[in-house]
Design a binder for this molecule. Structure first.
Ligand SMILES: [Zn+2]
Length: 389
């Protein structure tokens, strides 16, 4: 056995612990630069409350900007410029508050503000640009997730999109894992059912893909089992009753565990195809993962039956199954859950056409796909996508 394991330096998890943000943040710096991931955080007063709580601990703060969509190259470059105008540097730290988009933007800007070799993040992204490496440590970062999904609060990459040219690539460095995560499940209570469903399925996809990844490791696998045991029974409840404390806590914890797992183990086919569906068909990350997950499980069944059975026996220990039955149960369980929370079964209902499949296949070959337990040829991936139309 041989592995490295990365995680945030400190995780503060708990209902209503947002109130503790001031004392927690004092270790990070004297001025907070805040990046938000949703307009509703401004309109429902969360940002104002954040600033007030920080000030009570003598931390000045500047609200830099809100991003409503998954961050693009220009968003990172423009926000980094705003930070330069605010004189961001030693003694400052960033706060990323929101879903994956806001936290990813904050992570990317925290890195870009201290790395000067190029003024565009493009040159630091995997597989595009000049291939520059981050040499300086990012500014300290506090991540406050307000949706339970991407686990971005615990990962070492930020996903950055471009539509012309079309790509979705990561800015990645071990130092990009947020220093401090404040995870207060209460903050997710106002997330609408549709977003709860999609982001929750993203977390579940991450837990399953990390568990079966060809780079799977023992610590992440243990976390994945815990995360799945919490999330699988909780997601439908969180969608149907957004104020359920139990469901929101389970989903927030599962999402956090999914981030820690994927940062160490990688992912698989669903996360390989999801960015392609994002840039070519404008399908949100969580929805893309949710639609691709059953097909991903079926595609990998021949080499991961034992792992599927392990998961089933952990989440449903009261049932007696053969290994094959237990593996099948997991796949059917995911399909039933998707149906219950209104995730479509096919890609055509999301507007995907036959003519887009070659582009989708070509854009699916990123870091995530390399974690899939089986190598998939272009012909096989084409067939999988055609079967999903
Ligand atoms: Zn994901």
């Amino acid at each position: 056995m041989n592995y490295n394991f990365f995680s945030p330096q400190q995780i503060c998890f708990g209902w209503d612990r947002f109130q503790e943000v001031g004392p927690l943040a004092t270790s990070l710096g004297k001025r907070a630069l805040i990046i938000g991931g949703s307009r509703s955080l401004e309109s429902n007063g969360v940002i104002e409350e954040l600033k007030r709580l920080l000030l009570r601990s003598n931390i000045e703060s500047e609200f830099v900007r809100t991003i409503s969509n998954e961050p693009e190259v220009a968003d990172v470059d423009q926000t980094t410029n705003l930070l330069h105008h605010l004189g961001a540097g030693a003694g400052d730290f960033l706060i990323g508050i929101g879903g994956g988009s806001g936290i990813d933007l904050a992570k990317a800007c925290a890195a870009m503000i201290t790395n000067w070799e190029s003024d565009t993040v493009l040159d630091y992204l995997e597989g595009v640009g000049k291939g520059l490496q981050l040499k300086q440590a990012p500014l300290p970062l506090l991540a406050i997730p307000t949706t339970a999904g991407t686990g971005s609060e615990a990962t070492k990459n930020a996903v950055i999109s471009s539509y012309s040219p079309a790509f979705k690539k990561s800015l990645r460095a071990d130092e990009m894992i947020p220093n401090l995560v404040l995870c207060d499940p209460k903050l997710a209570c106002s997330v609408p059912p549709e977003i709860t469903a999609r982001t929750g399925m993203d977390a579940i996809t991450q837990l399953l893909e990390s568990y079966i990844s060809c780079r799977a490791q023992p610590i992440p696998q243990a976390l994945c089992l815990q995360g799945l045991k919490l999330a699988l029974p909780a997601l439908a409840e969180a969608v149907e009753d957004g104020s359920s404390r139990n469901a929101r806590e389970s989903m927030a914890h599962a999402a956090l565990l999914s981030g820690i797992a994927l940062a160490n183990s990688g992912l698989g086919m669903a996360h390989g195809v999801a960015p392609a569906l994002g840039i070519h068909c404008r399908i949100s990350h969580g929805l893309a993962c949710a639609v691709m997950l059953p097909a991903t499980l079926k595609t990998n069944l021949s080499v991961r039956q034992k792992e599927y059975a392990e998961i089933t026996r952990f989440i449903a220990p009261e049932r007696s199954f053969t290994e094959a039955e237990a593996a099948q149960y997991l796949i059917e369980h995911i399909e039933t859950l998707n149906d219950r929370i209104n995730i479509p079964r096919n890609l055509s209902s999301l507007g995907v056409t036959q003519a887009q499949i070659p582009d989708l296949v070509a854009s699916s070959r990123g870091n995530s796909m390399s974690g899939n337990p089986r190598e998939l040829s272009d012909a096989e991936l084409t067939q999988i996508l055609e079967d999903l139309l």
